[in-house]
Design a protein around this ligand. Structure first.
Ligand code: NAD
Length: 366
């Protein structure tokens, strides 16, 4: 089988799906093509890939020669791909993408479909990229704030530390808490899952208890969706806590659904001017009703920023982790003799194939 690393075409996407370190590992079992300049914006040159054992080809060659394409994002136009090839990329939660690829005869192995199990942990791009988002959200938030995060004792007086809260304490929220704490903020966390409380507290943050009933645990360790009435109660209860904070990092999500709105206009009006909300749920609608994807909205002196691709800002390390995840998946799917095995009975492969038959035209699926 021939594996191909695609150069990302989406605007602002600087990551690459496989780094030279991964290529070196993968090249022991299969041949690897890399599209010219694929790693450039992430800090990995063509020369590095060649050294690692890859062959550099142009955009047309990679699509005609590679059987299994690796990308961070699926291409906007599936028709550029070769029939009977397969693609490993994000986009696995968007049925329209997988369907469009299937219509082109391309088998899509969407990375979000990898189960959140211990066995699949090394392949979990959602976790690795969410960690980077959580870290970057605090850095971005600190930049937008008019106050300092740490306490500063100077001859000119004392600066008091800022207060930060993470709404949603999953992978991204916990990393935001850890980062804000390292920067010296007084940190708080909230999540509807009871399990998150201990994790928040173990990072030295205070867990906030709004006095409301919430439905907590859903499927697969994810949170359950709240009813409209519960959401409104939760918003009002959280508003009192949020009003005390200078920095809010929100990352509450329910897979496959619109993100819950935890902050409305009324909450924002209760916050001090100069405060900042970084909304990591912007791509799925936002945790604030004012969030606009990739924009900074100002309301009553409060800045609300909804970045949708923070990992791309830190493309070198984001790609290092993304690539390690993809490499682990390749090692799961490709045997030592370079043959691809797509066994629907395997829990990881089965989840990747869910909803689509390994296309009969895909020659390597047999
Ligand atoms: P996610 O991105 O789906 O959601 C982020 C957080 O938002 C979650 O903690 C969720 O509970 C929370 N949330 C949802 N609705 C909320 C609301 N109304 N108010 C406040 N918070 C709300 O989640 P994630 O970060 O991808 O992780 C989800 C779960 O999966 C966690 O329990 C995590 O520990 C677990 N996980 C397990 C593994 C593994 O075992 N391999 C790997 C990664 C994550």
């Amino acid at each position: 089988i021939m594996v191909g690393v695609v150069r990302e075409a989406a605007p602002g996407e600087r990551r690459v799906a496989l780094t030279p370190t991964d290529v070196k590992r993968v090249a022991t079992r299969t041949r690897v093509l890399v599209e010219q300049g694929a790693g450039e914006s992430a800090g990995y040159s063509d020369a590095h890939y060649v050294e690692a054992g890859a062959r550099i080809v142009d955009a047309a060659q990679i699509r005609t020669q590679a059987d299994l394409l690796l990308a961070v994002r699926p291409p906007a136009q599936p028709q550029v791909l070769r029939r009977s090839s397969a693609l490993i990329s994000l986009g696995g939660r968007d049925a329209a993408i997988t369907e469009a690829l299937a219509a082109r005869g391309v088998l899509h192995l969407g990375l979000e479909r990898i189960p959140r199990t211990t066995r699949a942990q090394s392949m979990d791009v959602l976790s690795s990229q969410a960690s980077i988002s959580g870290y970057a959200s605090v850095i971005e938030g600190a930049r937008l704030l008019d106050v300092l995060l740490p306490m500063l004792t100077t001859a000119a007086g004392i600066v008091r530390p800022a207060k930060m809260i993470a709404l949603g304490a999953g992978v991204a929220g916990l990393q935001a808490i850890a980062t804000a704490r390292r920067l010296g903020a007084v940190v708080h966390g909230f999540d509807v899952r009871e399990a998150a409380r201990e994790q928040v507290e173990s990072l030295g943050a205070r867990f906030v208890f709004p006095e409301v009933e919430v439905s907590a645990e859903g499927n697969g360790g994810y949170a359950a969706a709240q009813s409209d009435a519960q959401q409104e109660q939760l918003r009002r209860a959280l508003a009192a806590h949020v009003a005390q904070m200078q920095l809010v990092i929100s990352s509450a999500q329910i897979p496959g659904k619109r993100a819950p709105i935890l902050i409305d206009k009324q909450t924002v009006h209760g916050m001090a001017p100069g405060s900042v909300i970084v909304d990591l749920a912007a791509e799925s609608g936002g945790n604030s009703s004012l969030t606009r994807a990739d924009e900074i909205v100002e309301e009553n002196g409060v800045r609300i920023y909804g970045p949708t691709n923070l990992p791309s800002l830190m493309a070198t390390d984001a790609s290092r982790l993304f690539g390690a995840n993809v490499r682990a998946l390749l090692e799961h799917l490709i045997d030592a003799d370079g043959r691809l095995h797509l066994d629907p009975a395997d829990d990881i492969t089965g989840a990747l194939l869910a909803g689509q038959a390994a296309t009969p035209t895909f020659p390597l699926a047999a």
